[in-house]
Design a protein around this ligand. Structure first.
Ligand SMILES: Nc1ncnc2c1ncn2[C@@H]1O[C@H](COP(=O)(O)OP(=O)(O)O)[C@@H](O)[C@H]1O
Ligand SMILES: [Mg+2]
Length: 244
């Protein structure tokens, strides 16, 4: 089992989009569990028609079960989150450190029933998300190219270190190959991150944006396009990095 968290402290850089599409790509040959920890429920709504407080119940010990729901995808299950997760943060924060670690690990390990566990996160960390990230094997960071976002990467990696998690690498999302500034920033990104820069860049594309509105992944929507294939490439690269 491999567990991966997708994190960046910036909203809108593509965390949820990446979680949804990576889960789909990995599910071709693997059993995948998606854990949504964001009270905005974007990923939960993609996979479940009516998201419940799945994560909250396991966090607070209200359920012995993992509370994973099956989805319309045979190989993907999800633990959903709703806004109620924010109420659970205080209670969870009152538990001993040992208990917090133990609960987070049991959620992420998921009884060993899955090949991949993929965690979606809100931009701002809290005691719950810190422990969930800490229980993951690796954290990958989507970056929307920009001078400020590249300068912000050390802040992101310091948050990952604070969670006692391992930074697996960063990848570019919303890459615009027609924009010369993006070409320059791509080089800066690669130099800045060295071997932590993934080579796959996810293009800025209507295929990716619109697919989510139709409740499909980019590959299901237009798998013959470059954008439709991009997350497959990313999943392969991540799989290789973390040693499939
Ligand atoms: N590669 C892409 N091309 C076009 N639109 C994208 C791409 N990635 C994400 N988006 C869009 O950007 C917005 C923010 O993405 P989202 O995954 O919700 O970010 P986050 O979870 O980090 O807040 C959404 O409207 C999404 O459809
Ligand atoms: Mg999101």
């Amino acid at each position: 089992m491999k567990s991966i968290a997708i994190y960046n402290n910036k909203g809108g850089c593509g965390k949820s989009t990446s979680v949804i599409n990576l889960a789909y790509e990995f599910s071709a040959n693997n059993k995948v569990l998606v854990i949504d920890t964001d009270g905005q429920s974007n990923t939960s709504r993609f996979f479940a028609d009516d998201p419940k407080n799945g994560l909250e119940r396991v966090l607070l010990g209200e359920s012995e079960e993992l509370n994973a729901e099956s989805t319309r995808y045979d190989n993907i299950s999800i633990i959903t989150a709703t806004a109620a997760i924010n109420n659970a943060v205080g209670t969870f924060g009152g538990f001993s450190e040992k208990k917090q670690v133990q609960i987070a690990e049991s959620i992420v390990n998921a009884n060993g029933e899955y090949d991949y566990v993929i965690v979606d996160l809100p931009p701002a960390m809290n005691v719950v998300t810190e422990h969930i990230v800490g229980a993951c094997d690796f954290v990958f960071v989507p970056v929307e190219l920009g001078t400020f976002s590249i300068q912000g990467i050390p802040k992101v990696t310091s948050v990952i270190a604070k969670c006692k998690a391992q930074f697996g690498g960063a990848f570019i999302n919303k890459f615009d190959k027609k924009n010369s500034a993006d070409i320059t920033l791509l080089k800066t990104f690669a130099e800045f991150l060295g071997n932590k820069a993934l080579t796959t860049a996810i293009p800025y594309s209507k295929v990716i944006k619109n697919s989510i509105s139709y409740k499909t992944t980019a590959r299901e929507y237009m798998g013959w396009t470059n954008a439709g294939k991009a997350f497959g490439q990313l999943a392969d690269e991540i799989g290789e990095r973390i040693g499939e």
